[in-house]
Design a protein around this ligand. Structure first.
Ligand SMILES: *[C@@H]1O[C@H](CO)[C@@H](O)[C@H](O)[C@H]1NC(C)=O
Ligand SMILES: *[C@@H]1O[C@H](CO)[C@@H](O)[C@H](O)[C@H]1NC(C)=O
Ligand SMILES: *[C@@H]1O[C@H](CO)[C@@H](O)[C@H](O)[C@H]1NC(C)=O
Ligand SMILES: *[C@@H]1O[C@H](CO)[C@@H](O)[C@H](O)[C@H]1NC(C)=O
Length: 534
């Protein structure tokens, strides 16, 4: 501090005296030759120049000084210091300790004195810049070109270091594939810089640079390394199949993987490799006649990001088709029917079609037929069925191993099959109708027919109406005692209809009340109605 204070004092004095003066900064690396200028503003040669380092005189000399001869004080043998004829101070093999503030005084012709202040900065570096990347994983991580490969999800340690004198700034920068370069971390005055990232992601793939800058010289040096983040898919490869005339193409694809995996098509269990390639998809073409039932083809994927023993594969076990469904179907003329067939066995997947007749003509979609496929289910809908639609239909399923059919026989029933039911209904109507007629007859000749006969008729009717259930008979029997007593052998002027549902007797009573005033002509035709005469 005192040195600086004195220096400032000296500087001020110089300015006040009106003498010329300059101030300059010289930087030199250790081992270099440093040249400190003194009087460099005019053309005259100073006669003598003396130099001080940190206010201490160290050397003097000049053009006319005896020092210009050998053995002079300006350049003693073994000394690194020398005053050149123009008054400059030359320092050979600069050392760190040479860094200081130097003052010079040159005596110019005319006895003027020129003062100058020179700061010598001894700087070095950045040197030995290094970038260490240490992925915590267990397989070779550095490619021959020096690129690091790191598995997604790993923890990665970066260390950036350099040597600079007197001090440095270290920066770890990242340049991704998309956005520009950015600083991840930095520090000043430290020999090294550390950075750690957990769970590295593909977005962290790019170039990492350790940048060292000398704080004094601002010289910058960097060391970069490329980092690739490898990853595999959790899913298995996908096995697919296409047919190309008599050849079958087995496709294997495995996406979402970096870099491209090694895919192999092998035959199981022989292990014979059918095809192998570093790619995210691989197809193998096999003559269909060489394939056989039960043969297994496997696509396996190899990738650096997969752990040992982790398997990613897909397989085909070849199976001939086996369409299945109901072999018989029945439809009524004028309606429509859907025949269903399932094909779940075939590997590779079969081509399934509906065919008709002994010639097995393929059925296409038209106004008569609708062919639909929903996953493994194949449906054939036939509309407006006629007798001509009766016959055999085939669900034909075919893959390169062979073909198989499901035979469905369709029986078409004419709508007259329902005449039986119609006749049944007719008879029922007839019976009820006759009951009404009888009732009317009874009513019209009520003074001639005795109650006993009426009851007899009813009992007979009860036998005919087979639809009357057992509990209804109970009601009938319960009704009988309520009949009014016979007064003069002939009785009854009113006919009542009791609708008696088989389930609820209370409802029967309500119905009874509702129908109290009805005439026999309003009798319903439903066979479950029971007619009771009082
Ligand atoms: C002495 O000074 C003269 C003139 O400046 C120069 O030519 C000569 O080379 C110098 N001699 C040495 C030994 O430096
Ligand atoms: C180093 O090799 C890898 C793999 O071959 C390549 O992807 C990468 O671009 C290479 N890097 C450099 C810097 O050449
Ligand atoms: C497929 O193989 C069969 C039997 O090996 C052979 O006759 C046929 O020519 C082959 N097809 C093709 C297109 O090579
Ligand atoms: C079914 O037949 C009827 C009568 O022949 C016809 O009007 C109708 O358009 C037919 N429907 C179809 C889908 O063919």
């Amino acid at each position: 501090m005192s040195a600086i204070a004195l220096l400032l004092l000296c500087f001020c004095t110089t300015v006040v005296s009106g003498d010329d003066s300059t101030e300059s900064v010289v930087t030199a690396a250790p081992g270099d030759v440093a040249l400190l200028p003194c009087y460099n503003v005019g053309n005259v040669t100073p006669t003598v120049t003396s130099w001080k380092k940190d206010e201490i005189s160290i050397i003097s000399g000049g053009a006319s000084s005896p020092s210009n001869t050998s053995g002079s004080p300006s350049s003693s043998p073994g000394s690194r210091l020398e005053v050149l004829p123009d008054g400059s101070l030359s320092i050979a093999a600069v050392e760190r300790g040479d860094g200081a503030v130097y003052l010079c005084a040159s005596t110019l012709p005319g006895n003027n004195t020129f003062h100058a202040r020179v700061v010598l900065q001894v700087v070095s570096g950045p040197a030995n810049v290094s970038l260490v990347i240490d992925p915590v994983q267990k397989y070779p991580t550095v490619l021959p070109n020096g690129t690091y490969t790191i598995i997604k999800g790993s923890s990665v340690y970066f260390m950036c270091s350099a040597f600079s004198y007197p001090s440095q700034e270290l920066t770890l920068a990242f340049t991704g594939l998309t956005n520009g370069s950015r600083s991840l971390v930095n520090n000043t005055g430290q020999p090294l810089l550390e950075y750690r990232t957990e769970n590295i992601q593909p977005s962290a793939q790019g170039i990492y640079s350790c940048i060292a800058q000398n704080n004094v010289s601002h010289q910058e040096t960097n060391k970069s390394a490329e980092v690739l983040v490898y990853y595999a898919s959790d899913r298995h490869p996908e096995c697919m199949w296409t047919q190309d005339s008599s050849f079958v193409l087995f496709h294997c694809s495995w996406f979402g993987v970096y870099p491209a995996p090694m895919l192999n098509w092998t035959e199981v269990p022989s292990g014979r490799i059918l095809a192998s390639e570093v790619a995210d998809r691989l197809a193998v073409k096999i003559n269909g006649s060489l394939l056989s039932e039960g043969q297994t083809l496997r696509c396996t994927a190899e990738h650096l990001a997969l752990h040992k023993g982790e398997d990613r594969s897909c397989t085909f076990t070849l199976k001939t088709p086996y369409p299945h469904g109901k072999p018989l179907a029945t439809a009524v003329e004028g309606t429509s029917i859907t025949l269903v067939c399932s094909e779940t066995t075939s590997t590779p997947p079969a081509v399934t079609t509906w065919r008709r007749g002994l010639k097995q003509e393929v059925i296409m979609n038209n106004s008569k037929y609708t062919v639909t496929a929903e996953g493994p289910s194949f449906q054939l809908t036939i509309v407006n069925i006629t007798k001509e639609d009766e016959g055999v239909y085939f669900c034909h399923s075919e893959n390169p191993l062979g073909a198989k059919e499901l035979e469905v026989y369709l029986t078409v029933k004419s709508s007259s099959a329902y005449t039986g039911a119609v006749i049944g209904l007719f008879i029922a109507v007839l019976i009820v109708g006759s009951a009404i007629v009888i009732a009317k007859t009874v009513y019209s000749s009520r003074h001639k027919i005795c109650l006993g006969k009426i009851i007899f008729i009813i009992l007979e009717l009860g036998d005919v109406l087979s639809l009357v259930e057992s509990d209804e008979e109970q009601i009938y029997q319960a009704t009988v005692p309520r009949l009014p007593p016979v007064s003069n052998g002939c009785q009854t002027t009113l006919v009542e209809i009791h609708r008696i549902p088989s389930t609820d007797h209370e409802d029967a009573e309500m119905d009874n009340a509702n129908s109290k005033q009805q005439d026999t002509t309003e009798t319903t035709e439903e066979p479950e109605d029971l007619v009771i005469f009082e």
